[in-house]
Design a protein around this ligand. Structure first.
Ligand code: BGC
Length: 704
């Protein structure tokens, strides 16, 4: 198909309509059909309100969507893109993206998203507003649950996995992915949603852009702008960010959609007087499609006629959108077809993903795993929950699919009592004392995570603390199963718990996955994708910070004249990358094939092969996440104390030993330096390999 010739035949009104996304929901179906007949609408978002994935879309059927598509094809010959927030599942729910990150298993994530795509497509969705790639260091921010966590490298891996899972590996696109929110949304000040972000160019390139760069490289069809401003410029009106950086530096060739009403919001943000000016600024900045605002639809024609927007600018945006539609083969095959899929296969995948994402934080005296002959008492407000454990963006999910944590546990052990323990009374306490162990299942509502759901403190609430303390008072061993969407500060309860499993908002299979681990059918192998503070006041606390003028090793040193607090230990409760298993792994024999390479060799693509031997010393087969961190010892600009630059999740039988190899080349050694260009500087680099970011085992290589 010749896109240039299609565009050349379009009227200005048709072009403006092609750059417009409208809402579709149960109450406006007829109106949408009428509008699509009249105007060459580019896209429809299946959504009743501004959190599309949080509204029930089952009321719109595939037949209705095909009908709308037919009207578009018959009247304008251009297919419509049907978008929706398919964030971590569609009917079956996989763990929230932050938990999927904790699995440190991109292959598993990619596979999960191919299944998720099957479900969404069967509901008439061919464009998902995911992955969310906002690196964030602030667990108060509700949307931290939707992203990869605090680490850019993990963000890169997640970006690739989700984009390829949705779109497929080849050139044609299955479901279009949307890398969002571009850019800096995760740095909203104080963790308050929609708030401003202050990000230097150095941090932008070295931290926040990296996952987006990876999404672009992986072929992401679309990018969504973020609501926030950075240093005085809302992203929706920033030519620098949307064109110079995104297209010029990152090489993005797809199209950019605004976030919900992000164009008209420029008026509220005070950079334009009215919606017409907002449309003018955004289109000239490089924002191609307008989500639900109608600013482009209403004003582009006028703006072109006034010579304030060049027709070539609009043509370019239309061509970008048509190219994606062509890549999706929509001109030839615009309609959705019911394609049966195996629900059981999806359940198995969701269970696998959930158990790989669970992080064992504490296991005093190896109390876990429990014997299946144990009598256990389960208490706590998340035990029977079917909804909150699915997390945010969850109205699409089939709630009957949820296996509760209580049901999961009950299915595996001899005797399981449940105590509704809103106020543990003495009688209850006596009964509890008859059991072998108490499992306290606590968590947070999905209503206080996700968009517009930030919180000011991440400590557990008084009731949750009371439940834990009451369980402890029985004198029994107490296991905490914590179903939260974000890292919580466990400082004042951790000593009352003998073991802690952080199960996140783990999705439909959370109950089975938790029970698999509690009773030893699966050894825990999730690792923290974000630092866990002791108390809220430590935020922001993250591992990849630069050395301070008083401490080359960061903020973990307790001594005087260091970047410390007087009232709390300066280290986090649990560091990035941390997580236990039911076995012990030893690391040995870390070596490099060569220890010196010239800068020219590195620039030409040569690299170091760093290897390490990892051995399973215990009696249980388990996976280990072998993590590689780099420290650039001396550089023109300060570099992080450690930066994750490789990981490998390996499976080892008891006594088994494996060699794990990592390639360290330009990509891993480089950073965006003074000039904003990616560069490797000569000098020494320390390479650390081990079980989490506190690893000390290292080898030094040099670029000469
Ligand atoms: C959110 C986006 C989402 C969009 C459509 C916005 O409020 O910020 O992440 O894709 O709504 O639902």
């Amino acid at each position: 198909m010749n896109i240039n010739s299609v565009v050349s035949k379009m009227t200005l009104k048709e072009k403006a309509a092609q750059l417009t996304q409208i809402q579709l929901h149960k109450d406006n179906y007829e109106a949408v059909c009428e509008l699509v007949k009249k105007e060459a609408i580019g896209s429809v978002i299946v959504a009743a309100n501004l959190t599309a994935g949080n509204t029930d879309r089952t009321v719109i059927t595939m037949a209705q969507i095909n009908h709308i598509q037919k009207i578009a094809m018959q009247n304008h010959g251009v297919p419509i893109l049907f978008g929706h927030d398919v964030i971590h599942g569609h009917r079956i729910c996989w763990p929230i993206p932050l938990a999927l990150s904790a699995a440190f298993n991109p292959e598993l994530v990619k596979e999960s998203y191919t299944y998720i795509a099957e479900e969404a497509k069967n509901d008439g969705i061919n464009w998902s507003f995911a992955p969310m790639l906002d690196v964030s260091r602030d667990p108060r921010w509700g949307r931290i649950i939707e992203g990869p966590g605090e680490d850019p490298y993990l963000g890169e891996k997640m970006a690739e996995a989700v984009v390829k899972g949705f779109q497929g590996d080849g050139d044609s696109i299955n479901i279009a992915a949307c890398a969002k929110h571009y850019i800096g949304y995760g740095a909203s000040e104080g963790g308050r949603d929609y708030h401003k972000a202050e990000i230097s160019d150095y941090s932008l390139r070295n931290f926040y852009l990296r996952a987006f760069r990876s999404a672009v490289r992986s072929g992401a069809a679309t990018v969504m702008n973020s609501f926030n401003e950075i240093s005085g410029q809302p992203t929706a009106s920033s030519k620098y960010l949307l064109t110079d950086v995104l297209r010029g530096e990152l090489g993005f060739e797809g199209f950019v959609i605004s976030d919900w009403a992000a164009i008209s919001q420029l008026v509220r943000q005070g950079v334009v007087e009215n919606e017409k000016e907002a449309a003018c600024k955004s289109i000239n900045a490089g924002l191609d499609m307008d989500m639900t605002d109608n600013c482009y639809f209403n004003y582009l024609e006028e703006l072109i006629n006034e010579n304030r927007v060049a027709v070539e600018t609009v043509d370019l945006s239309v061509k970008r959108i048509l190219s994606i539609k062509e890549k999706m083969n929509l001109f030839d095959e615009p309609y959705f077809e019911e394609k049966p899929y195996s629900k059981e296969k999806h359940r198995v995948s969701a269970r696998e993903a959930a158990r790989e994402s669970i992080v064992l934080l504490k296991n005093e005296n190896n109390i876990l795993p429990l014997d299946k002959n144990s009598t256990v008492c389960v208490m706590g407000d998340m035990s029977l929950d079917k909804r909150a454990v699915l997390g945010s963006w969850s109205l699409d999910f089939d709630i009957d699919e949820t296996v509760t944590i209580y049901d999961g546990i009950k299915s595996k052990c001899k005797s399981c009592l449940y105590f509704d323990c809103l106020t543990p009374k003495d009688a209850t306490m006596d009964e509890m004392s008859q059991t072998d162990v108490i499992i306290v299942v606590l968590g947070e509502s999905d209503k206080i995570t996700g968009e517009a759901n930030s919180i000011s403190g991440i400590e557990l609430n008084e009731h949750q603390k009371f439940i834990i303390k009451s369980a402890k008072r029985t004198g029994k061993k107490v296991i905490g199963v914590l179903a939260f969407g974000r890292p919580r500060a466990l400082y004042d309860v951790i000593d009352d718990l003998d073991a802690v499993l952080y199960v996140w908002h783990g999705g439909s299979q959370i109950g089975n996955a938790t029970a698999d681990i509690i009773f030893g059918d699966f050894s825990p192998c999730g690792r923290l994708p974000v630092t866990m503070p002791r108390v809220t006041g430590q935020i922001p606390i993250y591992y990849n910070c630069p050395p301070s003028c008083r401490d080359e090793d960061g903020y973990y040193d307790k001594s005087l004249w260091k970047p410390n607090y007087w009232d709390v230990d300066s280290s986090p409760l649990y560091p990035f990358g941390y997580g236990l298993s039911y076995t012990k792994f030893t690391y040995s024999d870390i070596k490099a094939d060569v220890t010196k390479l010239t800068l020219q060799e590195i620039e030409k693509g040569k690299g170091f092969i760093i290897s390490v031997r990892v051995k399973n010393m215990g009696a249980v087969a388990s996976k280990e996440v072998v993590q590689l961190y780099i420290r650039d010892c001396v550089s023109f600009m300060t570099r992080p104390i450690k930066e994750l630059k490789g990981f490998d999740k390996i499976y080892l039988l008891p006594d088994e030993e494996k060699t794990v190899n990592f390639h360290i080349g330009f990509e891993e050694l480089a950073y965006y330096g003074q000039s904003g260009q990616l560069c490797v500087e000569k000098g020494d680099f320390k390479i650390f390999i081990g079980e989490n970011c506190l690893v000390k085992r290292s080898i030094t290589i040099s670029v000469i």
